[in-house]
Write a protein that binds this ligand. Structure first.
Ligand code: DOR
Ligand code: ZN
Length: 347
């Protein structure tokens, strides 16, 4: 017999929608979320309030009519970001946060930060105005093993930056390690941690064992199983600092299946179904709403969405698109590796 569950409409606190034909193709798959924090790593990146406003208009135009999604924009922090522009864009309701990419850490991060002292005035202005900083938490030092880059980032960058700017509210995004879980837990008074759908499902074996699977390659890269289990525990705990940021990051198959393939998993089409299954499997369906609909707005000091979605568990597996078209390209949808039984729809 089908069972169903009604939850407040979820939000996605970390989403890549891209631009142009890719934006048109992927935006509808996030339309049923209430709000989404939109990543600014376009080419060129979104660095000023005016650019964020224009990008927001393009996103709104790409959404189907009747879409719930409200794009919450971010600015890409560079060493020349003007603190006054950040504060003005926030005061005008154009941006909800600022994104910090260490230079070279991931897709289109070349304009990111190398010398953290140079962004101190911006961080201080943000602390003063209560503007959250969303952080891609990996060091880029080539001497540091890629599987250690998150843990080393906490010690070398995140903790010193937070100590130097005590009032700053920080989201450690897409945490992938037990170190990330521990750091966010210890500092929950002014920190949040987002967790992606895919990092709850795959460990590094999915990428590398029995053949290389580029569609599972993302950044931060999935770690060993003990870390995945720590993320599952944090997400399904329902505890305040942890909330959903899918990091749904579409790339064309051509860009993924290349000798130097791009990082990113496209999870928007099946994220809610996968999450329902993960929480069901862990006996935590009663805490799914905290993770996807309540903890995020609480951190961002916003009200939870008033409207609801209905999740239905079907007796047999449900289908979802395995790939979508984007202009002349195809984009592969994340395959969780198990059949899905849950669907969701606006209630
Ligand atoms: O896997 C990822 N893809 N991680 C990121 O940090 C960036 C993203 C992208 O933009 O493709
Ligand atoms: Zn991302």
């Amino acid at each position: 017999m089908n069972t169903s569950l009604t939850l407040r409409r979820p939000d996605d606190w970390h989403l890549h929608l891209r631009d142009g034909a890719m934006l048109a193709a992927v935006a509808p798959y996030s339309a049923d979320f209430g709000r989404a924090i939109i990543m600014p790593n376009l080419v060129p990146p979104v660095v000023t309030g005016d650019q964020a406003r224009a990008y927001r208009d393009r996103i709104r135009a790409a959404l189907p009519s009747g879409a719930a999604l409200q794009p919450l924009m971010t600015l890409y922090l560079t060493e020349t970001t003007d603190p006054a522009d950040v504060v003005a864009a926030h005061a005008a309701g154009v941006i909800a946060a600022v994104k910090l990419y260490p230079a070279g850490a991931t897709t289109n991060s070349a304009s990111g930060v190398t010398d953290f002292d140079r962004v101190r005035p911006v961080l201080e202005a943000m602390a003063e105005a209560g503007i959250p900083l969303c952080v891609h938490g990996e060091v880029t030092d080539p001497a540091v093993d890629i599987f250690d880059r998150e843990a080393v980032f906490i010690d070398r960058v995140l903790d010193p930056v937070r100590r130097a700017t005590p009032g700053l509210r920080v989201v450690m995004e897409h945490i992938t390690t037990s170190d990330g879980v521990a750091y966010v837990t210890e500092n929950a008074s002014n920190m949040g941690g987002t967790i992606t759908t895919h990092h709850l499902v795959i460990n590094r074996n999915a990428i590398l064992a029995g053949g290389i699977r580029p569609h599972y390659y993302c950044l931060p890269v999935a770690k060993r199983e003990t870390h995945r289990l720590a993320l599952r525990k944090a997400a399904t705990s329902g505890q305040g600092p942890f909330f959903l940021g899918t990091d749904s990051a579409p790339h064309s198959d051509r860009a993924k299946l290349a000798p130097c393939g791009c990082a990113g998993c496209f999870t928007a089409p099946n994220t809610v179904s996968i999450l329902a299954q993960v929480f069901e499997e862990d006996g935590a369906l009663d805490r799914l709403e905290a993770f996807i609909s309540l903890n995020g707005p609480a951190f961002y000091r916003m009200a939870p969405n008033e409207d609801r979605i209905r999740l239905t568990r079907h007796d047999s597996a449900v289908s979802y698109p395995t790939e979508i078209a984007a202009g002349d390209e195809t984009v592969t949808v994340f395959d969780p590796g198990f059949p899905l039984f849950w669907t969701s729809e606006p209630a």
